[in-house]
Design a protein around this ligand. Sequence first.
Ligand SMILES: Cc1ncc(COP(=O)(O)O)c(C=O)c1O
Length: 401
Amino acid sequence: MIDVRNQFPVLEQTINKKPLVYLDSAATSLKPTVLTNRLSWAYENLSANVHRGAHFLSDRATSEFENSRQRVKNFLNASHEDEIVWTSGTTDAINLVAESFCSSMSEGEEILLTQMEHHSNLVPWHIQAKKRKLKIKAIPVTPKGELDLSRLDELITSKTKIVSLSYCSNVLGTINPIETVIKKAHSVGAKVMVDAAQSIMHFPTDVQALDVDFFAFSTHKMFGPFGLGVLYGKKQLLNEMPPFKGGGSMISNVEIDHSEFLEAPQRFEAGTPHIAGVIALPAAIDFIEQMGFSQIKEHDKNLLNMITTELKTIDGLQFMGESENKVGIVSFNIDGCHASDVGHLLNQQGVAVRVGHHCCQPLMKAFGVTSSIRASLSVYNNEDDVERFLKALKKSMEMLT
Ligand SMILES: Cc1ncc(COP(=O)(O)O)c(C=O)c1O
């Protein structure tokens, strides 16, 4: 078992006089001391803007900033650092691709999504569909919580220009077979965007092996800073797309009535970025790499098995999603107990879970519910956390039924 709890001072807190049991890592991961130390270091020592100054501090900040891009390039196995665009998060990255990519689409052309997408991977496409008269289709989800790939041939046609789907569902935990979707999409010339918000901290990524066109994640879910995200895009595709936002740092020439833009990634990085966050990000990558993804996966699997086996013994509990291929996320409802009441009672006992629709209203509708209780695991959770959670859950049920 991984033991990194001493890297997370937040876990020393008590909530309602009970030790904190943090089971909300799908919303955001806790931040290790190595990350917060590096963030403070960046603010204290390199408080200068990048790519602009004619002075030592700016040069040093720029070099650290670009080193981080290189680290992310290696982390994803991208072929070039110019394929790494800094964004403010997954949401920002998807909005960027939706706006820039769809600008070359014509009326009646199609965008394919899935029924299990987070609103971040639905709403930006809805905005484009409305603006440009595009059609949206979605791959349905089976009762087991997996994508119904038997519908793929019918859904991906010559009209499909882009498919955007999550690698892992933030509600079901299901790991989607994105390789199959990518191959099928490419066979008709469509591009694929992967929302990796929930996969990035659970298993390694190889964007070249996947042959994915766009790949986005938020660093706050992988032990990194808030307010920072990454968009990977194939270099040629990025350079064919118009900028998403205009401003400083993204131009090659500006006249009073028009401007010309730099190549990617700069064309997508208008304005002052989250410099300290970018500089600190390698500390989060080091943290992950020191544990190793095989250890992380093993830890996740053991705790997920433990929590699932125990939850199965509770009468009247219905799981959302029972795929064999999933990360450490469990969502469920209990007969006679409203999810928000359960969340409230768990909180009183020091247990942090998420309740509600988890920004996945279409998925909730597909399962015939409006909300669920979600427990999500990470490397700092241990068996003690799972036991405390189950005990608190049983106590909450006694109070509610
Ligand atoms: C699958 C998925 N996509 C996108 C997002 C949005 O991430 P952010 O709010 O960091 O942009 C989330 C956040 O929970 C998510 O789980």
